[in-house]
Design a binder for this molecule. Structure first.
Ligand code: PHE
Length: 342
């Protein structure tokens, strides 16, 4: 046993001297201390040792294990520091004064569509608002006429934080704050990142962008809503798009709709993209519920308004023909940089 111990110790010291990266240390740890590691195996061999020598052998193995652990930890720490230093040096060696044309950046397709939509709405008198990504339940649900335990909460599988706050599951979460900030009359759009606990596939992501819009004034009706949506979409797609409304349920609008546009691929004749229907679902919307106006400090007897929640991610995919939603969060520059005009 003692001889085995000594040869393991020697092997370890030799391997340790050759370790150069964090990955090497990880590998050594597995090889010596892991479930089937050489030191661990020694403990299993204890059962074959003479009873009178068991205690001493056990102590020797324990000492070896402690020694290996200690040396590994010290080596790994030294290696980590060296790697950190290398990164810092590399960063410092980067020449920030290098001319831009050598490595020109590009805008993300969602940013491109977002800016385009912002410009269109700004030209129609809408203010553009920024809002938080971490909000409380009141903002995300209660102020939107979705009380605690309301089944509508199940429509959005929400990420909660330990402190009771949550990652906003839709841009509607900003409605209350913006109504309170400006009062009526009001025209605002507010783009934002939203989060839902979705299983990801080609058309589902847990992180996506919406563009919310609200318009509140005296005598606002569904016709205003249709007009603004149609104008905006025709400009985004650089052609006249037809829209239609179908009933849709959201507790914060009444009546609520799903707005479809005529399929851009087939022009409305029917194709696989629109599942032969000739229409693409693009934007839920509706007339803001009186309870939501009240919660926002606006008198629903005096004012009415519409709200819409445009899927910006969806819009970017349609506009640029991006087939897999996961591309957008992939950080794959080759795929993402091709839409910026140079
Ligand atoms: N917030 C809704 C959602 O993401 C969309 C919506 C916005 C519906 C505004 C109506 C009005 O599901």
């Amino acid at each position: 046993m003692e001889r085995t111990l000594e040869s393991i110790r020697q092997d370890f010291d030799r391997d340790l001297a050759n370790a150069a990266s964090s990955a090497d240390y990880e590998q050594l740890k597995v090889a010596y201390l892991g479930k089937k590691g050489r030191v661990t195996e020694l403990f299993k061999e204890l059962k074959n040792v003479e009873p009178s020598q068991k205690k001493e052998a056990g102590q020797l193995i324990n000492t070896l294990r402690a020694e290996v652990e200690e040396k590994l930890a010290a080596g790994a720490e030294k290696c980590r520091q060296a790697e950190e230093e290398r990164l810092v040096n590399e960063a410092e060696a980067y020449d920030f004064t290098r001319p831009a044309e050598a490595e020109q950046g590009s805008l993300h397709p969602i940013t491109l569509v977002q800016r385009e939509v912002e410009e269109i709405f700004a030209s129609m008198g809408f203010t553009i608002e920024d809002y938080l990504e971490v909000v409380d339940e009141y903002k995300n649900f209660e102020s939107l006429n979705i009380p605690k335990h309301h089944p509508a909460r199940d429509m959005q599988d929400t990420y909660y934080l330990d402190n009771g706050q949550l990652l906003k599951s839709h841009t509607s979460a900003a409605q209350n704050a913006i109504m309170r900030k400006y009062g009526a009359p009001l025209r605002a759009i507010f783009p934002g990142r939203c989060f839902r606990n979705e299983a990801t596939d080609a058309s589902h992501e847990n992180t996506f962008f919406q563009m919310e819009g609200i318009m509140i004034d005296t005598d606002i009706s569904i016709s205003n809503l249709i007009y603004f949506m149609k104008t905006m979409l025709s400009e985004v797609f650089h052609r006249e798009v037809k829209v239609r409304l179908r009933p849709g349920f959201f507790p914060f609008v009444e009546p609520g709709f799903e707005l479809d546009i005529s399929c851009l691929i087939c022009g409305g004749d029917g194709c696989p993209t629109c599942k032969q229907s000739g229409w693409l679902e693009l934007c839920p919307c509706g007339m803001i519920h009186p309870n939501v106006l009240t919660a926002g400090g606006i008198d629903p007897e005096k004012y009415t308004g519409f709200a819409f929640g445009l899927g910006l991610t969806r819009l970017a995919m349609m506009k640029y023909g991006i087939k897999d939603i996961r591309t957008l969060n992939s950080g794959n520059l080759k795929a993402l940089s091709q839409f910026t005009a140079r």
